[in-house]
Design a protein around this ligand. Structure first.
Ligand code: 5GP
Ligand code: SF4
Ligand code: MG
Length: 474
């Protein structure tokens, strides 16, 4: 999912709309904005993309100089409008809206406990547990109620809260999902913005100030921005998959350009998994996600980079479609081989990851049918073997081809001449060294331990607490 917040702008809802537009790649199931004029909250939520869900008339129903927004794809809770965010509630202390990117690992256990105490859930999303915990807190100030609630949840969260008075942004102590702070000049003062990714700032003419720190809470009000650290410190575990695939390449995370990281993956991949050089060698990406890595690979391999697959821009990213049937059909709609580049060549095709392998298999076949003499698949991350419990919608273990197949078996399944993956060490080291060079504003030095890579390594930084056995799955 993606979150966006803005405080102190005369066109807050319009800005949120644009911000969400820039974050659309983080979720296309539903979109929502809640605004406030300082006295009341106003909300609009819709299924599908931002552009189709918000008309100028809808935006006109969202007055005020502050707003938060959300784009969703479901990791917990089905794809229904009632699960769309921001979630809004009225409770004894007033109105509150919340937008969440991440996934709570103890959600089922929390929900069992809260329902036993009498909480009535309106949605199937894990975010609602946070709202119940806030409502139950005996503390006076909202920031204390939020802090108390969040000490009871485990998992990944980048959260935005909006009330009539303030906008509160929180990043979990392990900083698994990204979140950053920006600002822009507006009339007499400064407008503060928060977003999952910095690319959202570019579109609205804001400047990235910094990443929100692990475990940091930013309280944004008419008095400005206040920073607090209400939680016990944990080792940072930034999601490395944001760099591999999820984030947009024009974003920066912890001071590092996602584009540059992906190029570094490609260079390292070329060194680790070379293909025999020659005049007939050509490096092509699977667009769009494979492009920066292919540039890095071609650079290191001293082979030409070409667009050997042309992408139609009139179909969305296939993986966000919840139905398996659509995914399969999507490949041909989305990619067409460019014969002029491929025919008679030995082709190295670069992609960021192989999930089920079904897309990759069709791509290899398409490239061969277009006249390639050899097809070598190179992947700019290690084999994806484990599901994510922290907010990325990977399929179950049994559907991940690499969880049950060796690289050689994957190569035969794909009908490739060879398959090579980036090593885990190569992945982590590429990000770590760029991050160390960029230098975090806080002076924190990343180590090899500063990243979550559980979907590749199986080394989960937070245990996942499953539902009580008698609980019906939703
Ligand atoms: P496959 O060959 O496994 O069917 O598809 C691989 C493609 O899925 C790659 O191009 C990759 O960009 C894309 N992909 C990357 N991350 C994810 C993810 O988290 N889930 C799914 N389903 N696909 C992803
Ligand atoms: Fe990111 Fe993978 Fe960790 Fe999930 S398991 S947070 S996708 S690195
Ligand atoms: Mg892709």
């Amino acid at each position: 999912c993606g979150v966006f917040g803005i405080f102190g702008h005369p066109e807050a809802a319009n800005m949120a709309y644009l911000g969400l537009h820039a974050l659309q790649h983080r979720g296309q199931e539903s979109a929502g904005i809640v605004s406030s004029d300082g006295e009341r909250l106003f909300g609009h939520r819709a299924m599908g993309r931002v552009q189709s869900g918000f008309s100028p008339t809808d935006l006109a129903t969202l007055p005020g100089d502050r707003a938060i927004g959300h784009v969703r794809y479901s990791t917990a809770g089905g794809s229904h409008l009632k699960n769309a965010q921001p979630l809004g509630v009225d409770y004894a202390r007033g109105s509150l809206a919340v937008a969440h990117n991440g996934n709570l690992t103890n959600h089922e256990a929390l929900r069992d406990r809260l329902e036993a105490r009498g909480s009535i859930y309106q949605t199937a999303s894990d975010t609602e547990s946070i709202v119940h915990l806030i409502a139950m807190s005996k503390k006076e100030e909202l920031r204390d109620r939020i802090a108390e609630a969040l000490t009871q949840v485990e998992g990944a969260y980048s959260l935005l809260f909006l009330t009539e008075r303030e906008l509160i942004a929180v990043r979990d102590p392990r900083a698994i999902r990204p979140l950053c702070l920006g600002e822009m000049a507006s009339g007499s003062g400064v407008t503060h913005v928060v977003a999952s990714e910095s690319t959202a700032f570019d579109l609205i003419g804001a400047r990235k100030v910094r990443d929100v720190a692990p475990g940091e809470m930013l309280i944004i009000s008419a008095d400005g921005v206040r920073s607090e650290f209400p939680f016990a410190q944990e080792p940072r575990k930034l999601c490395i998959f944001e760099h591999v695939y999820f984030a947009r390449p024009d974003s920066t995370i912890q001071g590092v350009s996602v584009y540059e990281v992906r190029k570094a993956f490609g260079r390292r991949l070329a060194a680790e998994q070379p293909v025999e050089p020659g005049d007939d060698l050509v490096v092509i990406p699977v667009p769009d996600s494979g492009v920066p890595a292919a540039i890095g690979f071609a650079d290191r391999a001293r082979a030409p980079f070409e667009m050997g697959l042309i992408r139609s821009h009139y179909v969305g990213r296939t993986f966000i479609e919840p139905q398996q049937s659509i995914r399969h059909f999507g490949v041909r709609l989305k990619l067409n081989p460019n014969r002029a580049v491929i025919e008679g060549k030995r082709v190295v095709v670069i992609d960021d990851s192989i999930v089920r392998g079904t897309t990759s298999r069709k791509i290899v076949k398409m490239i061969r049918d277009a006249g390639a003499r050899e097809v070598h698949v190179r992947i700019s991350s290690p084999p994806t073997r484990w599901p994510c419990y922290y907010g990325i919608d990977t399929p179950t273990r049994s559907e991940l081809i690499a969880s049950s197949h060796s690289v050689d078996e994957i190569s035969s399944y794909l009908t490739a001449d060879s398959v090579g993956y980036l090593s885990l060490e190569g992945l982590v080291e590429s990000v770590r060294s760029l991050e160390a060079r960029a230098g975090d504003a806080s002076g924190a030095r990343p180590s090899a331990e500063s990243y979550c890579h559980a979907c590749f390594s199986g080394s989960y930084p937070i245990p996942f607490t499953p539902a009580a056995p008698n609980r019906q799955l939703r």
